[in-house]
Ligand binder design. Structure first.
Ligand code: AKB
Length: 340
């Protein structure tokens, strides 16, 4: 039987998966197959070659996928985000760490079977950082990838460890075996800031206050923002997030000097987001109701990140700054979305 070369996206029904499926099925040169615990929306499902509904922890499902398809690239997006992970840390560890381990092993076996490296794209997060206090956060400003790697959330610990797992598979896998085994998984990772999409509303994250505020205003629903107005973390418009994953996937291996790359686009305070939202939707009803515990998580994330390595190594250049993200992407697309 001839197995067809394809790209696998896990967690494909989530926020990043939407844009990625649209792009890869329009411009990509290989068919896309997906794995998600929930069925895809019909519009997305119709674009992919095959949709598997199930868990990344289901070993027999992964075996089935492997028996039918020759996987050249994996975009491993499935994860439990930071707020949800704090309520169920053991499940978070299972999904975020054990799930990633099983996908890395899957990619290793795929590569061994078809004889080419499997490109493995992994979205890590600003949650991999843990700054000890708001004062230190302000002092630190733009942090580079190697500073403050002391996350305070289960999700952040999971992400940081999986960056290291990916590095292990790419460089040291079974280093004591007689024949070299490493390098078959070509692991590449970005640390995403908070992502804001016009097409989807996030769930279970702690950077969700910005996208929630915008979508609620567009729907004419009241919104109580759960962080203080002066809260500042980096954000990025979803099209730039998808572009970044694709650009990193396409970069020549020899150009890559790091395992995990910071990405930055803009870093407004919650109040600056509020002002943009109000300018677009003057009758929006937005109040401030700080949830001290979630605030503590956002306070432990940097107010900005240094993304010079991504710019230098693989030409990362986000299209959307703060104003442009709102004027040319978020506001028109979100208005359109809720008008229908
Ligand atoms: C979350 O809030 O958990 C995510 C993230 C910053 O990775 N959006």
């Amino acid at each position: 039987m001839i197995r067809k070369p394809v790209v696998l996206i896990t967690g494909a029904g989530g926020e990043i998966g939407h844009g990625l499926i649209e792009h890869l099925t329009t411009h990509g040169d290989r068919a896309v197959i997906t794995l998600d615990v929930n069925p895809l929306e019909p519009a997305l499902a119709s674009r992919v070659q095959r949709e598997f509904t199930g868990s990344i922890l289901d070993a027999s499902l992964l075996e089935r996928i492997m028996s039918e398809f020759e996987i050249d690239a994996v975009y491993h997006l499935a994860a439990l985000l930071s707020t949800r992970s704090e309520f169920t840390p053991v499940t978070a560890h299972q999904v975020n760490v054990e799930g990633t381990l099983s996908l890395l092993e899957f990619a290793q076996r795929e590569a061994e079977s078809h004889g080419r490296p499997v490109t493995f794209l992994y979205p890590s997060s600003i949650a991999a950082y843990g700054l000890p206090s708001v004062d230190e956060k302000r002092r630190a400003g733009r942090v580079d990838e190697d500073a403050y790697n002391t996350p305070s959330t289960m999700y952040g610990c999971n992400k940081l460890y999986c960056e290291q797992l990916g590095r292990y598979y790419a460089r040291f896998y079974k280093q004591l075996s007689a024949t070299p085994q490493a390098g078959k998984v070509d692991f590449r990772c970005v640390r995403f800031p908070g992502l804001i999409s016009a097409a989807t509303v996030p769930s279970g994250g702690t950077s969700d206050f910005a996208p929630e505020m915008i979508h609620a205003a567009a729907k004419g629903e009241p919104y109580a923002c759960f962080v203080r107005p002066d809260t500042r973390i980096p954000f990025m418009a979803m099209p730039d997030g998808v572009e970044a994953l694709l650009a990193l996937a396409a970069a020549p291996r020899e150009r890559l000097t790091r395992t995990a790359y910071n990405l930055a686009a803009f870093n407004p305070s919650a109040d600056e987001v509020y002002r943009q939202v109000l300018a677009a939707f003057p009758s929006a009803s937005i109040t401030w109701q700080t949830d001290e515990k979630r605030q503590g998580i956002v306070d432990s994330w940097p107010e900005d990140v240094d993304d010079s390595a991504a710019r230098r190594d693989w030409g990362f250049a986000p299209k959307y700054g703060f104003e442009r993200a709102f004027q040319e992407y978020l506001i028109p697309r979100i208005r359109e979305r809720y008008r229908r």
